[in-house]
Design a protein around this ligand. Structure first.
Ligand code: NAD
Length: 268
């Protein structure tokens, strides 16, 4: 730690190598997964023994086939667990660091698999959401949209909650297992991954496709790859630097480096 409380990278360590890549890159893209929001209290799917996902199997509670058969299963989960977690979560230093890099003009795009809206809450503006956002709920029949707060109130009386306009089935604007990703978001993400010179993959197990293919795509087009993830990923072998650390402590170091290089006019 230095006097300001920021972490000082060991000159020869992987954090210093990663910081050098950040300093030397012109077109940086961040790719985030559930791990970046873990420090905000939102459980990930694949790495913890957290009781949430032992009680509620995500392959079942976020599966379009189960949902269409009986949406009350999902809505009960939303009422009992999901709403409270999403409504109270706040961005952590990892989210704020990415917003800071964008403001410094050093982050070209932020591609996220997360559905929690915490990047936007932290101040990031150019966010590509590959899996939608749980804060918005839409009627599958008439297209009417509701906030999650409105539907949560409705759930106290009706389960599953019908659309107030037409009585149709409501679904969060989240991509469930078994559904296609929004084409616009996927195309925009592929474009950013193909044209960046550094992709930083953060808090993703890189197991959910097609999103997980983006780091490989960037690498194939000549970009550098930094993986920040607490546990090993299938793409660690092709990464230029792997940091098995918490995103909330690593990303502020990158943000400080990005800000320092733009303030000095050293940014490439
Ligand atoms: P994942 O659960 O498969 O993997 C998360 C990874 O983050 C793990 O490998 C874990 O080791 C790592 N991790 C945990 N805490 C970390 C930290 N503090 N710093 C760095 N790494 C950390 O998540 P995924 O790859 O995003 O895929 C899961 C899918 O589930 C996504 O498609 C996403 O839509 C959805 N999901 C979203 C949220 C959310 O919006 N916050 C939460 C759970 C799941």
């Amino acid at each position: 730690m230095d006097a300001s409380g920021d972490r000082a990278p060991n000159a020869d360590g992987p954090l210093a190598r990663a910081s050098e890549l950040v300093a030397a890159s012109k077109r940086i893209v961040a790719f985030t997964g559930a791990g970046i929001s873990a420090e905000s209290g939102i459980p990930t799917y694949r790495d913890s023994d957290d009781s949430l996902w032992t009680q509620y199997d995500p392959d079942k509670f976020a599966n379009i086939h189960y949902f269409m058969q009986d949406s009350s299963l999902y809505w009960r989960f939303f009422q009992d667990v999901r709403y409270q977690v999403m409504a109270t979560a706040e961005p952590n230093p990892g989210h704020f660091a990415l917003a800071q890099m964008e403001r410094a003009g050093r982050l070209r795009a932020l591609i996220t698999q997360n559905i929690d809206g915490l990047h936007q809450k932290a101040g990031s503006e150019h966010v590509i959401e590959l899996h939608g956002n749980t804060r918005s709920i839409r009627c599958l029949a008439c297209g009417e949209r509701y906030t999650m707060e409105v539907v949560y109130q409705q759930l106290q009386e009706e389960l599953p909650p019908p659309c107030k306009a037409c009585g149709g089935l409501l679904k969060p604007e989240v991509v469930f297992f078994g559904e296609a990703l929004p084409a616009n978001a996927l195309n925009a993400a592929a474009e950013e991954a193909s044209s960046c010179d550094l992709l930083i993959s953060i808090g993703s197990s890189l197991q959910v496709y097609p999103a997980a293919a983006l780091p490989e795509q960037a690498k194939a087009r000549g970009a550098r790859l930094i993986v920040v993830n607490k546990t090993p990923t299938p793409f660690d072998g092709i990464a230029d630097v792997v940091l098995r650390e918490a995103s909330g402590s690593v990303l502020p170091v990158f943000a400080a480096e990005a800000e320092r290089t733009s303030a000095n006019g050293d940014a490439p």
